[in-house]
Design a protein around this ligand. Structure first.
Ligand code: NAD
Length: 299
């Protein structure tokens, strides 16, 4: 099968040889992912003899795929949908955040012992830190309780956010939202509460009282790119942070409303995406991903 590339047109020494460590990404569908480009460019930049490959793995193929991590002595893998929860039963250990989220996006193989981590929340917190924003001791309003919102809420609570008001529709993620609130209240010092997104007065109140509003619903991304949960700039105040987990488009409708309101920090999900990858990269290699370089050459 012809699968031509650009950019590699000379001899490569000490890379992709008999000593290369393999990292996988196990999900379905997954061929569209930017993660292989991000990690392989970071390995090349640092001269690390690792490679990162995508594998189309659904729940059915997952047991054999996880066993292959041990059999092939892979250094680890990322996992994404539909495997983030399903994979837990095949692992040996979980990080505290992973246990609280009941989800894994990164596996590390230490001599056959597989540990599951979740790095999305770490990526969220680090992307704020990169912008000089410290939300410890602060109040958060969070829309969503899915695959992105759950690790964001858990990591924010673990890292010292004092209060999180979670808003969700009464849909199939409501039970997960209830679980997130219960776990945070039981296992951290953060006070969490659950509210109906349909109650616009309550939602408006929570946003007006918070230091950071985070939308982790995907509203603002295709096919909902013309939508935002907050239409009125007067709901925001200037000293807050507005964070949209969406990264395509780079400027969502929510971000435009926040910019119109003169909000101090308005962020999209690109920083979170790079930093969740950097956290996994550090777990596998022990090295810091060159995130400025990655941002410059890829995003
Ligand atoms: P998900 O399907 O797991 O969860 C979606 C959440 O949004 C649920 O809580 C659901 O109740 C809510 N929701 C869905 N439609 C809604 C609507 N019309 N109005 C209000 N709420 C609605 O999805 P996910 O994996 O959590 O992804 C959510 C968003 O986060 C996506 O845009 C995704 O691209 C983004 N994301 C970004 C990163 C990053 O690193 N920046 C990482 C993961 C996900």
């Amino acid at each position: 099968m012809i699968n031509k590339i650009t950019g590699v047109n000379g001899p490569i020494n000490g890379w992709l040889d008999g000593h290369t460590y393999l990292i996988g990404l196990m999900a379905y569908p997954i061929r569209h992912s930017m993660s292989p480009t991000m990690h392989n460019n970071a390995f090349a930049k640092l001269g690390l003899n690792f490679t990162y490959l995508c594998f189309e793995i659904d729940n059915k193929k997952l047991p054999k795929a996880v066993e292959a991590i041990r059999t092939l002595d892979m250094r680890g893998s990322n996992v994404s949908m539909p495997n983030k929860k399903e994979v837990i039963k095949y692992l040996d250990k979980l990080s505290p955040a992973s246990e609280m989220c009941d989800a894994v996006n990164t596996i590390v193989n230490d001599n056959g012992v597989l540990t599951g981590y979740t790095t999305d929340g770490i990526g969220f917190m680090k992307s704020l830190e990169d912008e000089g924003i410290d939300i410890s001791g602060k109040k958060m309003c969070l829309a969503g309780a899915g695959g992105a919102a759950t690790p964001i809420a858990v990591q924010a609570a673990l890292d010292g956010v004092s209060e999180i008001e979670i808003f969700n529709l009464n849909d199939d993620k409501w039970a997960q939202a209830e679980k997130n609130v219960k776990t945070i209240n039981e296992k951290t010092n953060c006070k969490a509460s659950l509210h109906h997104l349909e109650d616009k007065d309550d939602f408006k109140r929570a946003i007006s009282e918070c230091d950071i509003y985070c939308d982790a619903t995907g509203v603002g991304m295709k096919p909902l790119e013309d939508m935002t949960l907050v239409e009125d700039p007067s709901w925001f105040h200037k000293d807050m942070t507005v964070f949209d987990t969406v990264y395509a488009p780079r400027t969502t409708k929510l971000m435009k409303v926040a910019q119109k309101a003169g909000v101090k920090h308005v962020l999209n999900g690109i920083g979170m995406m790079i930093e969740q990858g950097a956290a996994a990269f550090k777990l596998w290699t022990g090295e810091d991903m060159p995130t400025d370089y990655i941002r410059q050459v890829i995003f």
